[in-house]
Design a protein around this ligand. Structure first.
Ligand code: NAD
Length: 267
């Protein structure tokens, strides 16, 4: 079966990656493309918009007008748009993959409401390998004694404004879950003078050059270190992971899923 895929935020950086990725996936076809009402992309062919051949799917300002007949919608747009996407997909009975970040409490509540009617997967990082890393970090933190210090190192390009990265914080959360501790209390950002307090999860940040994204989780014990690393070199990984998860969602029961559900329960 070829899944009919809709993309919300199609004119953005991730939208462009998704259009290209869907074009190379034999089991999916782009059937709807949506972006912000009033934006310069509206009405344009979504294939030529991303520098590919015309695909006959014009960019629409209204998901409701194009949602009928879709199997799954992938949203990489803006946080303010996501609740409306969730409402529309729930009404139409169409599965939803959300990669958009920065969702507020209202969006979360409406996603939860939608997930009672349709399958929804929300992930702030859709890289497949990064999500495997999360599980490895959780397990390593659970298995190793608390005497092993945990340090999360991340490096990004010189233009990134937030630090530590959202992904570093999610890795810290996974380590804290593995140890059954609270990251709010155990998290340590910046260097503090004096000896390191036991049981802390530290964060180290480097900014420079054009680094797409590096994350390194270190478990530092007496006489040994375990290092688990992920290096991103191309943002297409996020589109590939999002599409794979979106196709996995099609036909699932209504629920709110995570990437781990897809990665570890798909077999
Ligand atoms: P972008 O600014 O390049 O693109 C966002 C697009 O959404 C734009 O084309 C914009 O016009 C459109 N948009 C805005 N309001 C809209 C609305 N109401 N309806 C429809 N479209 C609307 O941003 P980006 O770099 O492509 O990132 C998009 C989102 O994905 C961000 O939240 C970003 O943090 C997130 N992201 C997630 C991952 C992941 O792995 N999950 C990876 C990269 C980026």
């Amino acid at each position: 079966m070829t899944a009919q895929v809709g993309i919300v935020g199609v004119a953005g950086r991730m939208g462009a990656e998704l259009v290209k990725t869907v074009g190379t996936e034999g089991s999916a076809v782009l059937a709807a493309a949506v972006d912000r009402p009033g934006g310069s992309a509206i009405g344009k062919d979504s294939g030529t918009l991303v520098g590919r051949h015309a695909n006959g799917i014009a960019v629409s300002p209204d998901l409701r007008a194009v949602v009928s007949g879709l199997d799954v919608v992938i949203d990489f747009s803006r946080a303010e748009a996501v609740a409306t996407t969730a409402d529309i997909c729930a009404e139409a009975g169409v599965a939803l993959m959300i990669g958009t970040t920065g969702l507020d409490a209202d969006a979360q509540r409406r996603i939860d409401a939608a997930a009672r009617r349709i399958p929804v997967l929300v992930s702030a990082n859709t890289s497949l390998a990064l999500n495997v890393l999360l599980e490895l970090v959780r397990r390593a933190a659970r298995a190793l004694p608390d005497s092993y210090d945990i340090e999360i190192f991340e490096a990004h390009h010189r233009h990134k404004v937030d630090a530590p990265s959202g992904t570093a914080l999610v890795l810290g959360q996974a380590a804290a879950e593995g140890r059954s501790i609270d990251l709010e209390r155990a998290g340590l950002t910046g260097s503090t003078p004096g000896a390191r307090a036991a049981g802390t999860i530290g964060f180290s940040v480097v900014r420079g050059g054009d680094v797409v994204g590096e994350h390194d989780v270190r478990f530092l014990g007496a006489g040994e270190q375990l290092r688990l690393s992920h290096i991103a070199t191309d943002r297409a990984i996020f589109a590939r992971g999002a599409l794979a998860a979106a196709l996995w969602l099609v036909g699932r029961p209504a629920n709110r899923y995570q990437m781990a559900d897809f990665l570890f329960e798909k077999q």
